[in-house]
Design a protein around this ligand. Structure first.
Ligand code: 13P
Length: 280
């Protein structure tokens, strides 16, 4: 994970994280990454880990899929929004490459204390850690939360006092669909960039324009997270095929157009983030 983000940070592109909501997603993400020769991060949100089969099964499935599909691009399994230290430890023990500890609802003191525990544990196993300051609002996995802008001093404290490998500063992006136009805090991004050289992570990237994306990458966002754009493509294609073919019940025929629709979105995102053809 480290070298993947470092390369992106240095060369001013970003590696997308695509969240998986089942093996259909995993299969499509890995195949498209290989086709595009792009490094990729597969995110599994802590909130739906049990539905996805649990940490151990996810690691086994991820590694087996990579082998079976003969994936040669860097492909990383990442715990998205780890809800507790214990969850992060379990993911690390199971063999995840990278974890995020989400201390966004904690005081900065508690966020630092818990993130540091995760970093210390992760380091021994060469697993990378992402931390968050402020709160990316919006709806994710059916749960709504308010948006809270990251405080720059708190961001610096989290970076310096924990040794995280990447920082997700909440600066105006939201999970799920935007109500109105996204309004990212570029001034804050610029100020924050001057104070630290840690790669940034942009959550809630679905719905952000190419222009804003480019700006965010220019300020050192080396990892950009997508879930909603894929899910919209998947659900629209699924609805269409079922509406147009009310007699159809063969699962593989039903899911084929939604996989193709997601692959198209993924390919487009690799191009927009600059990860396309960036295999090292
Ligand atoms: P979107 O809901 O905008 O796709 O964001 C996904 C995300 O940030 C996952 O952590």
């Amino acid at each position: 994970m480290f070298s993947v983000l470092d390369d992106a940070f240095e060369k001013k592109y970003a590696v997308p994280q695509f969240n998986m909501n089942g093996t259909i997603w995993l299969d499509t993400i890995l195949k498209t990454a290989e086709e595009c020769q792009a490094p990729v991060i597969v995110g599994t949100t802590d909130r739906i880990i049990e539905e996805l089969g649990g940490f151990k099964l996810l690691v086994q499935t991820f590694n087996t899929k990579k082998e079976e599909l003969k994936i040669t691009v860097p492909a990383i399994l990442h715990l998205d929004h780890g809800q507790s230290i214990e969850s992060c430890f379990r993911a690390i023990d199971a063999g995840y490459d990278s974890v995020m500890f989400d201390g966004s609802n904690l005081s900065i003191e508690e966020n630092i204390e818990k993130t540091k525990k995760v970093v210390d544990y992760a380091k021994e196993k060469e697993v990378t850690v992402e931390g968050e300051v402020g709160s990316v609002g919006g709806t994710e996995d059916g749960v709504y939360s308010d948006m809270l802008y990251a405080d720059i001093d708190e961001c610096l404290r989290l970076v310096n006092e924990t040794g995280i490998n990447s920082l997700a500063p909440a600066l105006g992006s939201v999970h799920g669909k935007y109500r109105g136009e996204p309004n990212l805090g570029f001034n804050e991004m610029k100020d924050l960039r001057k104070t630290t050289s840690v790669p940034f992570v942009l959550h809630g990237a679905s719905g952000i324009s190419n222009e804003d994306l480019k700006k965010a990458i220019s300020y050192g966002h080396a990892k950009i997270n997508y879930n909603t754009e894929l899910n919209i493509a998947w659900s629209n294609a699924l609805r269409k095929v079922l509406n147009e073919n009310p007699e159809l019940y063969a699962p593989m025929e039903i899911i084929k157009p939604s996989k193709e629709a997601m692959a198209e979105v993924i390919k487009n995102i690799f191009k927009r983030t600059g990860a396309y053809q960036k295999k090292k």
